[in-house]
Design a protein around this ligand. Structure first.
Ligand code: MN
Length: 132
């Protein structure tokens, strides 16, 4: 099975890498490049999971998660921050703002999909290699 995952990220290179990794694992992606466009797409498309940068034009990531959590449907959707913020206290601030997880950039291409899929129901995760 695959999930529908919305990526809200203003940096083109980061956005392209995340999209590539998720699509290579079989997931469908939706893309927005600023926070306000991301909120509109999120409400319109109701993805299974949202990945969101924090530093963005128009609306930042904190404003995005705050806006979405107002909607009953969005209380349960996993929302994960993918951010260059990696100072002491940044993770706590991210989680306190309503995100489910804080992943620091640069992301690890080897581990990123598994990190994300931990927040998806089993049925929506990519097929795992058969244990040997
Ligand atoms: Mn950014």
């Amino acid at each position: 099975m695959s999930a529908r995952i919305l990526i809200i990220e203003d940096d083109a290179a980061s956005h392209a890498l995340v999209r590539y990794l998720l699509e290579a694992a079989g997931h469908q992606t939706l893309s927005a490049f600023d926070g306000a466009a991301g909120v509109r797409l999120a409400l319109d498309q109701q993805p299974d999971l949202l990945l969101c940068d924090l530093q963005m034009p128009v609306m930042n990531g904190y404003q995005v998660v705050q806006a979405l959590r107002e909607y009953p449907l969005w209380k349960q959707v996993p929302v994960i921050a993918v951010t260059a913020f990696s100072m002491a206290g940044d993770r706590e601030k991210t989680l306190a703002a309503g995100f489910d997880e804080h992943i620091s950039k640069p992301i690890s291409p080897q581990h990123f999909v598994a990190q994300i899929e931990a927040f998806l129901p089993q049925a929506l995760r990519s097929p795992q290699p058969t244990p040997t």
